[in-house]
Design a protein around this ligand. Structure first.
Ligand code: ARG
Length: 453
């Protein structure tokens, strides 16, 4: 139960890098001799080679990767090796490895998010003016352009990227040098170690340094939200690629056949995007559970942080890669999308707005149009088949412009408000998105107000 090696052995690159920085600093500060330093660095070199090549001689009683590496360094470098752990505790050591790991993986996840955003933006540009139905309650509500719909995911992911980068920043404070909890009895130079390992700051309080796992919480929180976004994308891809919708076809690489029904093509990967999300949320909650009520400073409970973090890292990277593959390979059916968005009833709000422009209060207009829709449905006729006389019976304000409003396409191009689906607005959005990806706009979902005033 005590042994964590099977889980934490993947921290070996961080542990080796940290030990190198540590012994360099110890020698610089005159705490160990240069000969000892060189012997340890030589042994670390060999250990790295063994770990990389899979030839590292792990032993039954290696408790964790930190103990295993130190044991091996001591085997190889003798008494010099036994000096490696001078002025260091496994408490600040493990916190440091984990911070390095989190910083790197959060940065990598943010890069995968950027790549997916780029794929979405390209897909939006390819389908700029393809009408499709927009939904509320999974009922056709108002038509939008497919580009506009795809871009909704772009902006979700932009927020994810901000959160992942925040997690990386939170992990950018060096715990090493805190010792077990109180600091160490040697004149160490923590700033040198921080500089060596690329940390932005030195943790200012040794007690907090060994107890802190907030950066892991921040990563898990960002990962859980991102996975939730991907689950919504997965869910829509599943719906869209069903025969019932028929809006899209997923690439073969991201679908699979049925083992018994030869006609079927199942959207497995998209379904998994849906189902992986709760797992990340669970990892976040689990780590909160580990940390909650935990007295300062190090408690063995903290060993349980890694499995949650590692699983979240792996799952998120997998989901982001799969989502990108699907976005790049999905083929949309323009005719099906257009047919589904040609239903005149989707223009009901536009007819109400016509009445509003003629001076009627919106609530009243809503009632008039509801009456019109009921009237048309009862007679099995479409809205544009109603005669001018019938219209006048519902409201005198309904004239020939009514037919103009029902003309297809007018309902999309009338959505001119900033962030709306009218093409000039979508183009504006795509432009902002390009600049966001290029790093020209400060992180966030919209241009700052001052810029346009
Ligand atoms: N395997 C431990 C962990 O991952 C390392 C720290 C052990 N420290 C200690 N005081 N027992 O948390």
């Amino acid at each position: 139960m005590n042994i964590s090696l099977p889980v934490d052995r993947r921290l070996w690159p961080e542990d080796v890098a940290q030990s190198r920085a540590h012994v360099r600093m110890l020698a610089e500060a005159g705490i160990i001799s240069e000969a000892d330093r060189d012997a340890v660095l030589g042994a670390l070199e060999a250990v790295e080679r063994e770990l990389k090549g899979g030839g590292f001689p792990f032993r039954e009683d290696d408790e964790d990767i930190h103990m295993a590496i130190e044991r091996r360094v001591t085997e190889l470098a003798g008494e010099s090796g036994a000096r490696l752990h001078t002025a260091r505790s496994r408490n600040d050591q493990v916190a440091t490895d984990l911070a390095m790991f989190t910083r790197a993986r959060a940065t990598e996840a943010a890069a995968l998010v950027s790549a997916l955003m780029d794929s979405l933006l390209n897909a939006a540009e390819r389908h700029l003016d393809w009408p499709m139905p927009g939904y509320t309650h999974l009922q056709r509500a108002q038509p939008v352009y497919l580009s506009h719909h795809l871009m909704a995911y772009f902006w979700m992911l932009e927020r994810d990227r901000v959160r992942l980068r925040f997690a990386a920043e939170q992990a950018d404070s060096l715990p090493l040098g805190a010792g077990a909890l109180a600091g160490v009895n040697f004149p160490t130079d923590r700033r040198q170690v921080a500089h060596d390992l690329g940390f932005e700051r030195v943790a200012p309080n040794s007690i907090d340094a060994v107890s802190n796992r907030d950066f892991a919480l921040d990563f898990l929180s960002a990962a859980a939200t991102c996975a939730t976004h991907l689950s919504r994308l997965g869910s829509e891809l599943v719906l869209w690629s069903s025969d019932e919708f028929g809006f899209s076809r997923l690439p073969d690489a991201w679908s699979s056949g049925s083992s018994i029904m030869p006609q079927k093509k199942n959207p497995d990967a998209a379904e998994l995007l849906r189902a992986k999300a709760p797992r990340l949320a669970a990892r976040l909650v689990a780590l909160h559970g580990v940390l909650h009520g935990l007295p300062l400073t190090y408690n063995k409970d903290l060993q349980e942080d890694k499995e949650h973090l590692f699983d979240a890292v792996d799952t998120l990277e997998l989901c982001l890669t799969a989502a990108r593959g699907m976005v790049e390979g999905v083929r949309f059916d323009r005719d099906r999308l257009a047919a589904a968005s040609a239903d005149e009833l989707l223009a009901a709000t536009d007819v109400a707005d016509l009445l509003v422009r003629r001076g009627m209060a919106f609530r009243q207009a809503h009632g008039v149009v509801a009456g019109l829709v009921r009237f048309a449905l009862e007679q099995g006729r479409s809205l544009s088949e109603l005669t001018p006389e019938e219209l006048a019976g519902h409201s005198e304000l309904l004239d020939d412009d009514y037919y103009e409003v029902l003309r297809q396409g007018a309902w999309l191009e009338s959505k001119v408000s900033e962030g709306g689906t009218a093409l000039p607005r979508v183009r504006e959005q795509l432009e902002l998105a390009r600049r966001t990806l290029a790093g020209e706009v400060a992180a966030g979902a919209s241009a700052p107000l001052e810029a346009s005033r």
